[in-house]
Design a protein around this ligand. Sequence first.
Ligand code: NAP
Length: 363
Amino acid sequence: MSNKIPVGILGATGAVGQNYIYLLQNHPWFEVTYVAASPRSAGKTYREVVASKWLLGANIPEAVANLVIEDANIVEKAKGRCRFVFSALELDSKDEIKALENAYAAMGFPVVSNASAHRWTDNVPMLIPEINADHISVIDSQKKAHGWDTGFVAVKPNCSIQSYMIPVWALMQAGYEVKRMFVSTMQAVSGAGYPGVPSLDMIDNIVPFIGGEEEKTEKEPSKIFGKVEGGKIVPFTGLKVSAHCNRVPVINGHTACISLEFGDKKPSLEEIDRIWKSFRGLPQELDLPFAPVNPIIVRPEANRPQPRRDRDEDKGMAVSIGRLRTCELFDIRFVALSHNTVRGAAGGGILNAELLKAKGYIQ
Ligand code: NAP
């Protein structure tokens, strides 16, 4: 009998769900015991549904391949079969996702979500643990407001912002005000789920539009950098962001070109390099299995980071940055990269769950 915490994956058959199944193999704390997806997949084994669209190497992990998929809309099915769930659901509307995630929380399940439905609920933390681990305290007021006992919802932010939020935070932590940020992203096709963007739109092409992405990219940093007040997260209003989001023919790894404007106190390039290289993020004593040792990897080469070469740094959980130089319009510019389905999706969700377990919210 395993001592690991049994976990369910909602949306287990999709691009993010598959990444959860893959990354949770041999996880020291969590074990996948329950998989759920749409009514189309319910009643079939995971192998039957996913074999022809498995994205992650040769074989579906044996421990999950023979699990029978349940209908994620029937919350009661999860009872007694897992102690918390990862939500990687894509439904027709955000309201439907919100209602379903709330239904799992009401049933007593902590819900660690990748969906955007709850990102602007003010008592739901939107976590990047290296930045805002303290935001998990709003879960107490969330539970109280709903009358939930063990259940709650916590979310992670959009994958487009993952590569540069920690580097920008490191500069803010070091005492430098960041006032304006200009971002242009080059986002991998796996970010659109499976089957995603049609191949004839993507090969030999770039698509300069991703629905809703620029709005999320411009807005989400304010909540992540926000402060907890009265059981809610009050967004930070001191940073303005302008974003261009593009879909490019890369399988995994979102790249972003960023320009930053500081307040009156401006760090030198040498100081920024030192801050990034010495940033460690989470306290070592938490010892979270998915936490990267160095959350920021600074590449010295003139032509890095690159998705194929750099996305897998520290299990895909570290962000890689390079090309730091002065900017003719703002103060500095640089390039940042993160693995969108690992750090930006399932790996980020797993790190959030590890933090929640370490702080006693998942038991
Ligand atoms: P996806 O590949 O389209 O997978 C969607 C999942 O939802 C599948 O398991 C699907 O099951 C299930 N589903 C669809 N309709 C359903 C229904 N009516 N009832 C219950 N389940 C249903 O999407 P994805 O890319 O994995 O994204 C999942 C979520 O994560 C989305 O909310 C997305 O915005 C978010 N996200 C994605 C990324 C990324 O890099 N891809 C990054 C961050 C966040 P069937 O197979 O049975 O249809």
